[in-house]
Design a protein around this ligand. Structure first.
Ligand code: OSB
Ligand code: MG
Length: 374
């Protein structure tokens, strides 16, 4: 294929409620969608959509939204336009000289992949070799101001039918909240926590207090670079250690597994540089007996649809952060919102990612449209 045009649609969408993690509170979602037009070898012109998941502040990852847009415009787009024989599988190679910036790379690879699959009339799930038609839907619950509010928020999501609760924690809002949720909702609740790197190894004795609550896992207790320290913490705790921020590539996953730093990995396609690298991490983890699950970055209906297909691979044995559109948005940008029903989300079956951008909603939420010159 040959890339004909590349446009960035910058969006701002209000959240239904503020979302608080150990690194801050978010009240709106800013992101950009990548619209790529390609010409196939048969001469057909096809359009594909990608989504950039970088947050607007560099507090989850060093990559942040405006930086990612700049990288796409100034450094990735020229390489893509210069490629004569572009496929989703070669995007990574074409972009190899640009160091890092996985979220920027993932968003353009995603658009090329969607276009390629649409040209073939093939669904992303079929392309991946997905084996499930639905995937269990977990929800990520933000840090609340009080233990009572945490119990209330969790209860609300369980009433809706979510299959698994992930509670955000930070020092000062951890053991008491976890204990209350366990007490209120019982030992059978699939329940895990996410610290977003808020602790240090010095906190090991404190973190060990979480062991008695039989959590599925604790996600990223320590810093992004602390692979060895996570391995040390894993020897001190019974709760399985899951890495999120630290796993920025298949190589990082291989190191974490070899060092015993993770018995579970949260796979976020954006964080690792794209869906193809995400599948490589799935394959590697599966071969090493490490469980994976699909994380989320408050994606719109586009990213969530793609995540649902990824999570339908056989190694995704734990429920993902694949909640319905209404968990974060009163209105999504796709013609059909992602729906959680009976604790699951359906894996899309249509060509490409199987969802369509609604032009009216796109216009409503769009703050800027950038046409990148070829
Ligand atoms: O750590 O998993 C995380 C959102 C933004 C940044 C980091 C994380 C999250 C979430 C949201 O937990 C999960 C979702 O999109 O549903
Ligand atoms: Mg996380």
């Amino acid at each position: 294929m040959k890339l004909l045009s590349l446009r960035l649609h910058h969006l701002e969408m209000p959240l239904v409620a503020p979302f608080t993690t150990s690194f801050g509170t978010q009240t709106a979602k800013r992101c950009f969608l990548v619209e790529a037009q390609l010409q196939t070898d048969a001469g057909e012109v096809v359009t594909g959509w990608g989504e950039n998941v970088a947050l607007d502040r560099p507090m989850y990852s060093s990559e942040y939204l405006d930086g990612a847009a700049d990288v796409v415009e100034r450094w990735l787009a020229p390489l893509l336009f210069a490629a004569d024989d572009l496929t989703a599988e070669t995007v990574g190679h074409v972009l190899r000289k640009v160091v890092g910036n996985p979220m920027a790379k993932a968003s353009v690879e995603m658009a090329v992949l969607d276009a390629q699959l649409r040209a073939e009339g093939r669904s992303f799930a079929s392309y991946l070799g997905a084996v499930e038609r639905t995937v269990p839907s977990g929800v990520s619950v933000g840090i609340q101001d009080s233990v009572a509010a945490t119990v209330g928020a969790v209860g609300g999501y369980l009433d809706q039918g979510y299959a698994r609760i992930k509670l955000k924690i930070r020092p000062g809002a951890d053991v008491a909240h976890v204990a209350a949720v366990r007490r209120e909702f019982g030992d059978d609740l699939p329940f895990q926590v996410d610290a977003n790197a808020a602790y240090t190894l010095v906190d090991a004795a404190h973190l060990r207090r979480l062991d008695e609550f039989d959590l599925l896992l604790i996600e990223q207790p320590l810093g992004e670079a602390d692979i060895r320290q996570h391995a040390q913490l894993a020897r001190l705790m019974r709760t399985p250690i899951c890495l999120d921020e630290s796993v920025v590539s298949a190589e990082a996953a291989a190191d974490a597994i070899a060092l015993g730093a993770a018995s579970v990995i949260n796979v976020k396609p954006g964080r690792v540089g794209g869906y193809l690298e995400a599948r490589r991490i799935h394959d590697l983890s599966r071969a090493n007996g490490v469980a994976v699950w699909c994380g989320g970055m408050l994606e719109t209906g586009i990213g969530r649809a793609a995540n649902a297909a990824l999570a339908a691979l056989p190694g995704f044995t734990l429920p993902g952060d694949i909640s319905g559109s209404d968990r974060f948005y009163s209105e999504d940008i796709t013609t059909e919102p992602v729906r959680m029903h009976d604790g699951v989300v359906d894996v899309p079956t249509g060509p490409g990612f199987g969802v369509e951008v609604d032009p009216a909603k796109l216009e409503r939420f769009r703050t800027a449209l950038v046409e990148i010159p070829a």
